[in-house]
Design a protein around this ligand. Sequence first.
Ligand code: ZN
Length: 241
Amino acid sequence: MNEAEQRRHLAAAFRWTARLGLHEGVANHFSALLPGSDHQFLLNPRGRHFSRMRASELLLLDAQQAGGEPDPAADPTAWFLHSHLHRLVPHAKVILHTHMPYSTALACLDGFELQMLDQSSCRFFGRVAYDRNFGGMFLDDREGPRLAALLADGVSTVFLGSHGVMVVGETVAEAFDELYYLERVAQLHVYAMSTGQRLMTIPDDIAELTCRQWLEYPEGAELHFAELLAILDDEEPAYAS
Ligand SMILES: [Zn+2]
């Protein structure tokens, strides 16, 4: 993996997020460290719709400048959030932030905790954190460090109360796969809860086993993402330019 590949992968993640309807206007932001760096990261330029993102126009920013003024080409909330998280959370090499509808709906429920309803839910067993202290937009240097404290080792997903979600991963493929399954699981939650019937949850020991099986499943995220890249290569190759 080199910078060009990382740019192509991140651009593909934006385009697929738009295809799946998980974007919000021209807001929301994804970032990815350059391969081999612990501080240089790619970020979407302010105002660009996810469906038009190109690999070459992703901004290259430096987390060592966290605390400084945002680059005018970057969305300020994106700068304040991603610069501090890349500085403070080594396992968050890729950070995806969306307001995707089903997950955000769950983030708006008082005291919500993800239930182990099905096989896909178990993927998130013990790997989810909850921020229940919405404090307005990320327009200063306080929110990044506060959210970084929630991202303990092994945590991939944060439900941002009254706001949206944040997913982190080692690679773009891994983080995108997580984002995709999170929204599927959230959709299932909303459907199951909408019946008004009692939920049947999976016991902790089985959920933990199933989570481990998910994480050890050979190349699950990579195979998924490789197909998404192939579809874009056929249908909208400009993403890679
Ligand atoms: Zn947001």
